[in-house]
Design a protein around this ligand. Structure first.
Ligand code: SF4
Ligand code: SF4
Length: 229
């Protein structure tokens, strides 16, 4: 490794290996490798050191002002940000009625087939309605495309992020709490008994209870699928 004499470089407009090199003049003052030259740097280092230490001291004396959250100790109080995306969820009204019509738009827009919808002919209404709404948390990229595309605001993303499991089959969810028509169609059924009949409970897999690898009509457990491959 050689040294460049910038004085001579300036004078002779040296080039290195045929490439022209722009010579920038060093700032005037004490050279940085002398005691006088390093003094400003020492001042800056000491200033930033004391600044950091003063913040540490402040948090030590006033722990209530600490911004950093201690996870998992704060698990019960932890609230993620409103826009945090971690889990897909059905939206429900006060009567626990969903808004999904089974239109399949979300399934079509999902870029990696994380949504699988099974529709059926409603036993009470005789019309198409949702039977199973399956969501694969294991491959969802949380892009939010399904939420945005849904014309009925039937989906939302929530902030519960704790998803670690030992078997990926535990990451398949059935989101609809009942098989049946959406809230606006249920409204039209006046007889309460008939309305009740139109809502067939899907409690086993609903909400955040994972399907635990169980198979549904037309859906084999993931492990079986793998073996077939
Ligand atoms: S968030 Fe994106 S990847 Fe996940 S289910 Fe919706 S569309 Fe599919
Ligand atoms: S969640 Fe929305 S987009 Fe998806 S099937 Fe239901 S109504 Fe259609």
């Amino acid at each position: 490794m050689g040294f460049v004499n910038f004085e001579s470089a300036k004078e002779s407009s040296m080039d290195f290996g045929g490439l022209p090199v722009e010579v920038v003049e060093a700032p005037r003052g004490a050279p940085s490798n002398t005691v006088l030259g390093t003094l400003p740097n020492i001042r800056k280092v000491l200033f930033s050191l004391f600044k950091g230490m003063s913040i540490t001291l402040r948090y030590l004396l006033h722990p209530s002002t600490v911004v950093t959250q201690q996870y998992p100790e704060n698990r019960n109080e932890l609230k993620m940000f409103d826009r945090y995306r971690a889990r897909l969820k059905f939206t429900y009204n006060e009567a626990r009625e969903h808004h999904c019509t089974g239109c399949l738009i979300c399934e079509m827009v999902c870029p990696n087939a994380s949504i699988i919808i099974h529709n059926r002919k409603g036993p009470v209404t005789g019309k198409k309605e949702i039977d199973h709404f399956l969501w694969r948390w294991d491959i969802c990229t949380f892009c939010n495309a399904c939420v945005v595309a849904c014309p009925h605001n039937a989906l939302e993303m929530t902030g519960n992020f704790e998803s670690a499991v030992y078997d990926r089959r535990l990451l398949i969810y059935n989101l609809n709490a009942y098989a049946g028509p959406p809230a606006n169609a249920l409204k039209k059924i006046e007889d309460p008994e008939e309305r009740k009949k139109a809502m067939e409970a899907r409690d086993v897999y609903c909400e955040f209870t994972p399907m635990a690898g169980a198979s549904l009509p037309g859906i084999a457990p993931l492990a079986e699928k793998k073996e077939q491959d």
